[in-house]
Write a protein that binds this ligand. Structure first.
Ligand SMILES: *Cc1c(COP(=O)(O)O)cnc(C)c1O
Length: 221
């Protein structure tokens, strides 16, 4: 259990070091501890250590643990980092604090409707299919600018930044740089990028949110 706490400290230190080295402000980088498929005692160890920002990739799995944990640990912020179906939009808006995976008009519309109904106007990120992979979620790069505008202007979503998952077998740096470029030309400053294997590189390229699972909690069950 104390491993989790030590891992958090170590990762935070690495983030700070890499940010400083490349002239980025370490205070603008948030570590999201990705708790999907992790035993509950490891998640509680992180909460007990004072960590408050978490990511889950499935609405249903998150519903099974987080309402109770949020109740118990004040100030917990939960990010949805996995694909969303429109029939789960209502549940997602009720439970999560940030939605990172808005990637098509149907989802944007469903989220906007639910946010209006519930009065919870959550910050969202647009997921970009940065490596143009057939099997990956995310809006195509060619459609990104128009979709971002649609999310803001038509749906009134609070678009804060962009999110991506680069292709697994390739160097991530060019993809992180490209995400930054797309964000900049759309007036967005926040980038959600970097996982256990590449979060330091992501920080070097200006990440605002890094999503680290196994690096914090160990291998998933
Ligand atoms: C699971 C997951 C992560 C964390 O991956 P690790 O390799 O365990 O750090 C990050 N981002 C997304 C979108 C994920 O689904």
């Amino acid at each position: 259990m104390s491993d989790v706490s030590a891992n958090l400290t170590e990762i935070q230190a690495r983030i700070t070091k890499r940010a400083k080295k490349w002239g980025e402000d370490p205070d603008t980088v948030t570590l999201i501890a990705v708790s999907k498929q992790q035993p509950i005692d490891r998640v509680e160890a992180a909460l007990e250590a004072g960590h408050r920002v978490y990511g889950e990739n499935r609405v249903q799995e998150a519903q099974g643990k987080w309402p109770e944990l949020k109740e118990k640990y004040d100030g917990t912020e939960l990010h949805l980092i996995g694909p969303l179906q429109s029939n789960k939009a209502k549940d997602a808006v009720a439970l999560f604090d940030v939605i990172q995976t808005v990637d098509r008009p149907k989802i944007a519309r469903a989220l906007a409707d639910e946010m209006k109904k519930s009065g919870r106007n959550l910050p969202v990120y647009i997921q970009i299919n940065i490596g143009a992979e057939d099997q990956k979620a995310g809006i195509d790069i060619a459609d990104a600018d128009a979709f971002i505008a649609e999310c803001r202007d038509v749906h009134g979503l609070d678009v804060q930044g962009l999110m991506c998952i680069p292709p697994a077998e390739e160097q991530p740096a060019p993809f992180f740089a490209l995400l930054g470029k797309i964000a900049k030309r759309n007036g967005l400053s926040k980038l959600s990028m970097g996982m256990s294997s590449d979060y330091e590189i992501a920080v070097q390229f200006g990440a605002s949110l890094v999503r680290v699972g196994t690096g914090v909690f160990g291998a998933r069950g």
